[in-house]
Design a protein around this ligand. Structure first.
Ligand SMILES: C[S@@+](CC[C@H](N)C(=O)[O-])C[C@H]1O[C@@H](n2cnc3c(N)ncnc32)[C@H](O)[C@@H]1O
Length: 270
């Protein structure tokens, strides 16, 4: 790699670590709950709400979830952010899903978090992942060739004594994946596979038909063009999912929550 880019990258990473660590030790405010009735604040002030989610992670999230996040921050096991652990915890607490589908599993951080949330809230929840379980990336993401993604995901579930998830090894656009997605009405879907617009759009078109009324779709990396001003330890997302988010018909899906570059849409109707 170009040495100047390498040095700039190291400086950026150091600044990000320092900014995150300053928040952890800040005594400026006392954490409080984030009840459903206050989620609309995230749309009016996504940056302020994001910092609240970070603070909730540091001060209020049950310890087992911080341990889980810490495990996935090591050895390249995952992406994600502390604030997203808060988001999934709150989504499971408030909506108590009986089925969860993730498109794009990587090494199982969010999928096992869903399993952990289901266990914590004593929910009988189907945890389903669809992913190629290879290093398949897209125009904005590259992944290591040196991981057995399927074995690794299962190993990570077992590390937290979670029941193995249901996994389909396929691209979301493959016929068997499309059939699986269309096989039921899901309570909660997380779209985080291929971030290129054309594929994300296809994922949305299929998932939006097969999430139940009042069910939720979380769209990762879709926060460009919002009022979210990311601190140095995060980003507002990628162009593909962000463009898609702009096109979502708000008469069919109401946006109910934004946590950084994750945006949550609820299907209207009964
Ligand atoms: C950003 S990672 C997902 C991280 C994961 N959602 C988490 O939170 O732990 C994206 C994943 O999607 C996978 N992927 C790429 N193209 C895909 C596609 N067409 N369908 C499903 N998954 C895809 C990649 O191989 C990678 O594992």
């Amino acid at each position: 790699m170009n040495p100047i880019r390498l040095i700039k990258g190291k400086i950026r990473a150091r600044r990000a670590r320092m900014e995150r660590s300053a928040l952890r030790t800040s005594t400026a405010s006392v954490s409080r709950d984030i009840p459903l009735k206050e989620w609309a604040d995230s749309l009016a002030d996504p940056t302020g709400f994001y910092l609240r989610a970070v603070e909730y992670f540091d001060r209020s999230l049950p310890e087992e979830f911080r341990v889980h996040r810490n495990y996935f921050t090591q050895n390249g096991r995952g992406f994600g952010e502390d604030a997203f652990h808060t988001m999934w915890f709150l989504l499971f607490r408030e909506f108590r899903p009986k089925s969860f589908l993730e498109i794009g599993v990587f090494r199982g951080q969010s999928l096992s978090l869903a399993g952990m949330c289901a266990r914590h809230f004593q929910l009988d929840c189907l945890v389903q992942g669809v992913s190629p379980f290879t290093f398949a990336g897209d125009s904005v993401s590259k992944y290591s060739r040196h991981v057995d993604y399927l074995a690794d995901t299962l190993g990570n579930f077992s590390h937290f004594q979670l029941a193995p998830p249901s996994l389909l090894k396929a691209y979301s656009t493959d016929p068997e994946a499309r059939n699986l997605i269309a096989s039921r009405d899901w309570d909660l879907i997380y779209i985080d596979g291929n971030h290129d617009y054309a594929v994300a759009r296809k994922d949305w078109e299929l998932c939006s038909k097969h999430v139940r009324p009042q069910g939720l779709i979380v769209l990762d990396d879709s926060g460009l063009d919002t009022a979210f001003h990311p601190p140095s330890f995060t980003t507002a997302g990628h162009p593909g999912p962000s463009q898609l988010a702009k096109e979502i018909n708000r008469n069919e899906f109401a946006e109910i929550l934004q946590v950084g570059h994750n945006r949550v849409f609820q299907k209207v109707g009964t």
